[in-house]
Design a protein around this ligand. Structure first.
Ligand code: GLA
Length: 725
């Protein structure tokens, strides 16, 4: 970005008092206040609820506790190491002359209103001794209370500067105590939550996996201030790095009880050699703050994601039938032809052909061979994908396909022809994750190849309607035979991936794509700019999914969560379908083997889903009863007008006699409106135990509630809520 050409308003000394410059980053309810002192040190004076009167921001510093910070930069806006700093830095460098010190002082700032809702503040910092500068960017979304922060690092020294650490964001919070909610996981165990009080010192959330980076830990987290926030009460900050590669988030609680959050690309094995004049642009870190608990924060983030980040966030999605668990690798044209008919019979929009359709020399009949050879397998599909796309059309459904273009099996023609396209150490034994290796996306030729896999499919099949993009392996033996500087590898890989996705979206802006990574190994807001939805987990056991989808739902809106009805778990088809309806509904079952009533149930549920999907996709989500705190989980979706809603309830505890003892209190309704609750998704031959001829005021439903009568005979109950006029 050329600073001189952009129409930013340059401000040096706005709102000065006592020689301070005050720069508030404001949203409807929150403010981060940056201030500059006489020595041009730039600090974070405040992060919290917005003040009514802007002029009072300058008083915040003097109102705070007077304690000795020793360095004067404990709450620095971007903590530089090697000069006065005594804590975890946001940036560490070695200058061209070998010196390790950095001091960043305020030069100027500018503020631009990008539109009615979005503003961008840029703060320009410079080292007084070295020709080295950092520009901090704060993009604020007023109505959604979301801020994205990133940094642009540059220098004009004589030679390269080594960046040892290069954070996106450096936040400082002040509270009595801090409670961190973080996540860990593995395959089929994504989004396992832990919430603990932070003690003094540094807590690091990170990934060093390169690809499938969230397998063990995603970058999403929450910090509650003073006490753990509940759904509707308490101060809480949500944070996440918009990045699909290695990340690192340090939460440092210092001796004065400040919490510093330093978030960015993981500098693990990645010192970056920055040329003079080159701009190093970090990914964005996003945060939202709420003074009204976790629920409000999640709705803010959902609105932001739908309006600004997720591809086609306010649009529609396709329901589908997937063949992965129905056939695994074992299919042919005849089988698929039957599945296409089943897709129509079931009543969903699209058939999704999963793994196993490609490779000839080393056919893809299991996960040990063929990955990388993206030509239809002639035995399974003698007439190619194009005939399947046509046949789908004849059946009145759309057709989608699975690919995993970043990866290669050693047993493949691609590997034989291009061993130098593969990420591996030249003189070490290869080590595999799911029998495969990662292609070197740092190499532009490999980027062309990966782009070509997608482009080729669409060029040959313009009516192809959906892509499932998988990424099953992590990176072992990180090494690129293309790059000169290996410590740039992890960063260049991600740059390569985003370049490919940019090219795909430039040519195919709308086509829906599912972001899959052996489950939820890559769910982040950088990738979701290019994808319409993500696959939360290969674990589709509906009981597990209630918990997992619950945790994802704090950070990602329901229309981005693809939930498939499969044969995992012991629950009946109703329970499985009801749970899958809480996001973007799909199926991965053998339709032809469904008992008659199960099929009938599914068909009716899909029809109900079609009636309700716009509320689920575009409405607000309210968590009413938590699966970890109660035997019944309840989640409400409500449209913007507060006129229509859908309430999902599940029994999550199988112990004797467990049931919905108390009414579930609804939220978000208009107290003055009258509502009727009707049970839907009833299994054929069953009737509801609830009476539907009563209407209730919103006030009643929110203060007294409604008992969905969940018990061991009614483990899953869906209620449609309609305004009665
Ligand atoms: C991964 C995905 C699955 C499926 C298989 C195919 O495990 O998560 O949904 O697509 O790959 O090999």
């Amino acid at each position: 970005m050329n600073l001189l050409l952009t129409p930013f308003l340059v401000l040096t000394g706005l709102l000065t008092a006592n020689a301070q410059t005050i720069m508030p980053v404001e949203t409807r309810n929150t403010a981060m206040v940056l201030e500059v002192d006489q020595k041009r040190d730039c600090r974070i004076a405040y992060l919290g609820e917005r003040l009514e009167n802007k002029t009072e921001y300058q008083r915040i510093s003097s109102a705070k506790e007077l304690a000795n910070d020793y360095s004067g930069v404990l709450n620095s806006v971007y903590t530089a190491s090697g000069s006065r700093n005594l804590v975890e830095p946001a940036i560490t460098v070695t200058h061209a002359d070998g010196n390790n010190s950095l001091d960043l002082r305020y030069v100027s700032h500018d503020l631009k209103k990008l539109d009615e809702n979005v503003s961008e503040l840029r703060v320009h910092l410079k080292d007084p001794v070295y020709n080295f500068e950092v520009t901090l960017h704060y993009k604020s979304y007023y109505n959604e209370d979301v801020v994205e922060q990133w940094s642009v690092i540059r220098h004009h020294e004589r030679g390269n500067v080594i960046l040892h650490k290069y954070a996106s964001a450096n936040l400082v919070m002040k509270a009595e105590s801090y409670w961190l909610r973080q996540y860990y996981g593995d395959w089929a165990k994504e989004m396992q939550a832990e919430e603990t009080q932070l003690t003094h010192g540094i807590k690091t959330l990170d990934s060093k996996l390169g690809t499938r980076a969230n397998l063990f830990q995603p970058s999403v987290f929450m910090v509650s201030m003073n006490k753990p926030a509940s759904e509707d009460e308490g101060n809480v900050l949500y944070g996440a790095l918009e990045y699909s590669g290695n990340f690192r988030i340090d939460l440092e609680l210092d001796h004065l009880n400040n919490l510093r959050i330093i978030a960015g690309i993981n500098n693990y094995a990645s010192p970056y050699s920055l040329k003079a004049g080159e701009a190093f642009v970090t990914p964005a870190f996003l945060y939202t703050l709420s003074g009204k608990g976790k629920g409000e924060a999640s709705r803010q983030l959902h609105r932001w994601a739908r309006n600004y980040k997720l591809l086609n966030g306010n649009g529609d999605r396709l329901t589908l039938l997937n063949n992965w668990e129905a056939t695994y690798f074992d299919f042919n044209e005849n089988k698929l032809s039957e599945l296409l008919k089943d897709t129509k019979k079931l009543g969903v929009d699209l058939f999704l052909l999963d793994d196993g359709w490609f490779a000839n020399k080393y056919p893809r009949n299991d996960d040990r061979a063929g990955l990388g050879d993206w030509k239809e397998n002639k035995t399974k599909l003698p007439n190619g994908i194009s005939s399947l796309v046509k046949e789908a059309k004849n059946n009145g459904v759309k057709f989608g396909i699975w690919i995993e273009p970043e990866m290669v099996n050693p047993k493949s023609e691609l590997y034989e022809k291009h061993p130098n396209w593969v990420v591996k150490q030249p003189v070490r034994e290869e080590y595999y994750f799911r029998n495969q290796l990662v292609l070197d996306l740092a190499n532009p030729t490999v980027q062309d190849f990966v782009y070509g896999v997608v482009d080729d499919l669409f060029t040959k099949n313009p009516e192809l309607a959906y892509i499932k993009w998988d990424c099953n392996a992590v990176i072992y033996n990180a090494h690129s035979s293309y790059l000169k500087n290996q410590s740039h590898f992890y960063i260049e890989y991600m740059r390569g991936l985003y370049r490919v996705l940019e090219r795909i979206r430039a040519k195919y802006p709308k086509v829906p794509m599912m972001l899959c990574s052996g489950g939820g190994g890559r769910v982040d807001y950088a990738a979701l700019q290019y994808f319409t939805e993500y696959w939360p987990s290969d674990n589709t056991d509906p009981l597990e999914r209630i918990f997992m989808q619950w945790e994802y739902s704090y950070f990602f809106p329901a229309l981005s969560s693809t939930n498939h009805v499969t044969d995992w778990g012991k629950q009946p088809i109703k329970f499985r379908t009801d749970v899958a309806m809480m996001g973007k509904l799909g199926f991965d079952i053998v339709v032809s083997k469904l008992p008659e009533n199960d099929l009938k149930f599914c068909q009716e549920a899909i029809s109900n889903y079609n009636d309700l999907k716009s509320i689920i996709w575009h409405g607000d989500q309210f968590r009413l009863s938590h699966p970890k705190e109660s035997s019944v989980a309840s989640m409400l979706y409500l449209d913007e007008r507060k006129a229509e809603g859908v309430l999902f309830n599940y029994l999550v505890n199988n112990r004797y006699g467990e049931r919905s003892r108390l009414p579930v209190k609804l939220k978000g309704l208009d107290p003055k409106k009258k509502y009727r609750l009707t049970e839907i998704n009833l299994y054929p031959g069953t009737t509801s135990t609830l009476s539907t001829d009563i209407s209730y005021s919103g006030d009643f439903l929110m203060k007294i509630g409604f008992n969905p009568d969940v018990n061991s005979g009614r483990t899953s109950v869906i209620l449609k809520i309609s305004e009665v006029k």
